[in-house]
Ligand binder design. Structure first.
Ligand code: AMP
Ligand code: ZN
Length: 489
């Protein structure tokens, strides 16, 4: 396949070629878990999901690594301001560890509801302090650091290609640098690798290190963990556009300083921001919209996923409830189309088989094949999801495409889009789940609830027994990510 990606390094569309044939190493910056993820953050993770799904469908074995930032991130990316975790813990009357645990759990609830596949490796910063210290030592041995005021700093003047990713002009930045930046820094863009003389005396998360007891700067965690799991050079690194001038710029500097290898990362992918009509959303100012807020307002998480897919990841998107309502309506009509196609199937029972099977011979030559080719071309063209959605609509609307071909094509496209098309449509299909009497339906639902409770208390024997009892009555259960559905088998 000829996947083309827009590489921030060089600012051009580039054909994607992995370092090792058939394999892709991908690192996406994960959440800082001091608060709920806001819907802007979730845009970044939907993009990572689309990228991973596109790569996997093309046959690559993808190792997707995501970090959880539970230490070291100050409110300014440039070592300024409050410690985000500490401030949040103080405000909530909890320990930093409790805060981290709570919001990590909430984050994965959100991503699951958005049908975002779990990364291959999820790594917490606090569990990789040893790796960070080892990497910092390498940077120090190669002469890129200095100690001042108790902290260890990276000296950017020693790294000649500093700022290449963001095309930063250091002279301009120096001239415009704010007064009040850390006086220990020789250059305003120097950054902390290790804090010892913490400006936060009550910092709960501290570790011993060759530079004294303290904690790591924010950027080092991503370098240390990505190198640990993906190697000293790997394929793709992603994050929001805000990370270009500081976080990713500093990640490159410290990684390449430590290993002496260039480039550390071959393709840099950045998503544009989701903004509110009144401007930026700020997680630290608490002025945020969460996925739960959208659900409280009556939307489903997949409405939001659909909304995001309607824009290219490199365009800024303005969020509004009007636009989200538009997405919800569009998704509803899409489900109607799918339902019509399911009803038109000659053999309804073939639906599930049809979802998970390779495309039959002859499919690609038929009209449906043209839609699927155009869909693939759109996704391969720098993940153009809006064009991909248009092809999905096309295949479902076209009377010249048979119901079976339309459904096969749609299911195939859904491997990337992740809209759970058939499952969602089936929920409301008479004849699939709802032909039974209300009494029988209630009885089945009650058993499903009982089984869920049994699973909650890890009574798997009972859960299996309920499944078996229902099976004997011809009812098949299917466990989905957020619920269990049933059908006549
Ligand atoms: P954080 O949890 O603050 O470390 O951010 C998590 C991810 O969300 C990072 O990749 C950020 O670049 C990204 N991000 C932050 N705000 C937005 C936004 N409004 N729109 C899109 N991405 C964002
Ligand atoms: Zn990062």
């Amino acid at each position: 396949m000829a996947l083309t990606l827009f590489n921030t390094l060089g600012r051009t569309l580039q054909p994607f070629e992995p370092l090792n044939a058939g394999k892709v190493g991908f690192y996406g910056c994960g959440p800082t878990v001091y608060n709920y993820a806001h819907i802007g953050n979730l845009r970044a993770y939907v993009l990572h999901d689309i990228l991973v799904r596109t790569l996997r469908r093309a046959g690559f074995a993808v190792t997707h690594v995501m970090n959880i930032t539970d230490v070291g991130h100050l409110s300014g990316d440039n070592d300024e301001g409050d410690d985000k975790m500490l401030k949040s813990a103080e405000e909530r009357g909890k320990s930093v560890w409790e805060v981290a645990e709570l919001y990590t759990q909430r984050f994965f609830q959100d991503t699951e509801q958005l049908n975002i596949q779990k990364p291959t490796v999820i790594c917490k910063a606090t569990e990789h302090i040893v790796d960070m210290i080892a990497l910092i030592k390498r940077i120090e041995e190669r002469g890129f650091t200095y100690q001042a005021g108790g902290n260890l700093y990276f000296d950017i003047t020693k790294f000649t290609t500093y700022g290449e990713l963001g095309r930063l002009r250091l002279e301009d930045q120096k001239a415009g640098a704010r007064i009040g930046v850390d006086e220990n820094k020789r250059n305003p863009q120097d950054f902390v690798l290790w804090f010892t003389k913490s400006k936060f005396e009550n910092q709960a998360m501290v570790w011993d290190s060759p530079w004294g007891r303290g904690y790591p700067g924010w950027h080092i965690e991503c370098s240390a963990m990505s190198i640990k799991y993906l190697g000293e050079t790997f394929d793709i690194h992603a994050g929001g556009i805000d990370h270009v001038p500081i976080h990713h710029t500093n990640e490159i500097a410290q990684s390449e300083a430590a290993t002496g290898k260039h480039p550390w990362v071959r393709y840099w992918i950045h998503n544009e921001f989701l903004v509110l009509d009144k401007g930026k959303m700020s997680k630290s100012a608490g002025d945020i919209l969460t996925l739960q807020a959208l659900m409280d307002a009556g939307y489903e998480p997949l409405d939001y996923r659909y909304f995001l897919l309607g824009a290219h990841y490199r365009s800024q998107v303005q969020f509004s409830y009007e636009a989200l309502t538009g997405a919800r309506n569009a998704r509803k009509s899409l489900m109607d189309r799918i339902r019509e196609r399911i009803k038109a199937l000659e053999d309804r029972g073939s639906l599930h088989a049809l979802q998970n099977q390779p495309l039959p011979p002859g499919f690609v030559e038929r009209k449906a094949g043209a839609y699927l080719r155009a869909f693939n071309a759109a996704l391969e063209d720098d993940l153009a999801t809006p064009r991909g959605l248009a092809e999905l609509w096309g295949i479902l609307r076209d009377p010249a495409v048979s119901a079976e071909d339309a459904l096969r094509g749609a299911c195939n496209m859904d491997e990337v889009l992740g809209l759970n098309l058939v499952e969602e449509a089936e929920k409301q299909i008479p004849g699939v789940n709802h032909t039974e009497s209300p009494q029988l339906r209630d009885a089945i639902e009650a058993l499903i609830a009982e089984r869920a409770m049994a699973k909650n208390v890890r009574d798997f024997a009972k859960a299996d027994q309920i499944r078996q009892t229902l099976k004997e009555q011809g009812i098949i259960l299917e466990d989905r990510s957020t619920e269990t559905v049933w059908r006549r088998g």
